[in-house]
Design a protein around this ligand. Structure first.
Ligand SMILES: NC(=O)C1=CN([C@@H]2O[C@H](COP(=O)(O)OP(=O)(O)OC[C@H]3O[C@@H](n4cnc5c(N)ncnc54)[C@H](OP(=O)(O)O)[C@@H]3O)[C@@H](O)[C@H]2O)C=CC1
Ligand SMILES: CC(=O)[C@@H](O)[C@H](O)COP(=O)(O)O
Ligand SMILES: [Mn+2]
Length: 384
């Protein structure tokens, strides 16, 4: 049976790979809509033409006008709410491949409309927390696309909830694995963008280098699978072949392994619970290979510890953790701050946040915490 799919963030790393998967399988998927920010108009127009897409949403109104002129027969939604409007249009599947917590409202809209949400945009879950679950209208509506969480979802198929002892998230360790704290503090954008195993968009790549990505993923795993943060471990696995593991109460550990290629979890996210034959290559056992595992150097990379503290502190601390980081990453990539200021600023902003308890969490409280964190991060970076 063919599924209609809306792709949010279609011009990005996740979005372009999703469209490749669907283009190769027209009998299984129809592209029902595309959304992007508007920084890559030519690509967006080419995608809409290639997939004969009826609706395109563009955040930047000026870019939307260009798309409208190029695609006279296509409905074009424009402005900051366009992605959420498209996400709520009732497609079978909404793939959220937007980067940043701007993906929150589209995530909520997709869930409320009853679509299956293939979730790459981890920030929306981290920031929205229980509000995202509350927006779901049926069980198992959120299908993780993030490689670690896809791995855990696959491993959990083989056990019952009460049998799980721990989740074990793997981390590549990023480009600065083995560096001293002083070396990491002085790292340049070029160095931070050189991920050792994955080719991804710039924000998630910098987050991998600072280990903020693993902190976000710890919160994401806690929220997706309902496992307390204390029972989620992080282990460094530089080859990125074991994508995460579930440890069961009898001492058994089930790991999901495949070469680092996002087409596997993206395809599984689109077709869940089915697998997509030929989505990616399997491990090659004919050549000698080794997988290694080592503890995370938490003294050099405190980001995961900060994520644990954020989960424990209040329902809005995770939103602050993410929002302060987003501001710092933008400033770092623009050359305005040093790499070492990213995590130290997140730490400082978190420590100053008056959190909202879980039973008082509202969308307004989340959005207020986010905008406070963004403003406070700028003040801290400016020397206040
Ligand atoms: N890339 C990967 O392999 C992985 C990514 N993820 C997660 O997936 C998400 C996407 O990452 P990635 O693909 O690397 O990011 P990219 O930077 O490559 O792409 C981001 C996409 O979001 C779009 N976008 C930006 N702002 C808006 C907006 N306001 N409304 C609609 N679309 C917008 C961009 O459009 P444009 O630039 O054209 O304006 C672009 O299409 C992130 O949350 C990331 O953490 C998770 C695991 C792996
Ligand atoms: C591919 C993917 O899921 C990324 O989020 C990945 O996790 C980045 O790698 P590290 O954060 O482990 O370096
Ligand atoms: Mn990941």
């Amino acid at each position: 049976m063919s599924r209609s799919v809306v792709v949010l963030g279609s011009t990005g790393s996740i979005g372009t790979q999703a469209l490749e998967i669907m283009a190769a399988r027209p009998e299984s998927f129809t592209v029902a809509g595309l959304s992007a920010g508007g920084a890559n108009v030519d690509l967006l127009v080419a995608q809409a033409r290639a997939h004969a897409v009826p609706v395109v949403a563009v955040a930047d109104p000026a870019a939307a006008a260009v798309v409208r002129e190029a695609l006279p027969g296509t409905r074009v939604l424009a402005g900051p709410d366009a992605a959420a409007e498209l996400a709520g249009s009732g497609a079978d599947v909404v793939l959220n491949g937007i980067t940043g917590s701007v993906g929150l409202l589209p995530t909520l809209a997709a869930l409320r409309a009853g679509s299956s949400l293939a979730l790459a945009n981890k920030e929306s879950l981290v920031v929205g927390g229980a509000l995202v679950h509350a927006a779901a209208v049926r069980p198992d509506q959120i299908v993780p696309v993030d490689s670690e969480h896809s791995a855990i979802a696959q491993a959990l198929r083989s056990g019952r909830d009460q049998e799980v002892r721990r989740l074990v998230l793997t981390a590549s360790g990023g480009p600065f694995r083995g560096w001293s704290a002083a070396e990491v503090r002085a790292a340049t954008p070029q160095q931070a963008l050189a991920h050792p195993t994955w080719s991804m968009g710039p924000v998630v790549t910098v987050n991998s280098a600072s280990l903020m990505n693993k902190g976000l993923e710890l919160i994401e795993a806690h929220l997706l699978f309902g496992v307390p943060a204390e029972r989620i471990a992080v282990v460094v696995h530089p080859q990125s072949v074991v994508h995460s593991m579930v440890e069961f109460v009898d001492g058994s550990t089930i790991a999901q392994a495949s070469p680092p290629d996002m087409r596997l979890p993206i395809a599984l996210g689109l077709a869940w619970p089915d697998r997509v034959p030929g989505a990616a290559l399997a491990c090659d056992w004919s050549a000698p290979t080794s997988w290694t595992f080592e503890p995370l150097a938490e003294d050099v990379f405190p980001a995961v510890g900060l994520a644990r503290a954020a989960v424990a502190a209040s329902a809005t601390h995770p939103a602050v953790y993410n929002a302060a980081n987003e501001e710092c990453v933008e400033a770092f990539l623009a050359g305005r701050i040093g790499f070492g200021q990213i995590v130290s600023t997140v730490d400082r902003v978190l420590s100053e946040h008056d959190g909202t308890p879980a039973d008082a969490l509202t969308l307004d409280a989340v959005l207020a915490a986010e905008s406070w964190a963004r403003a406070r991060a700028h003040e801290v970076l400016a020397g206040d």
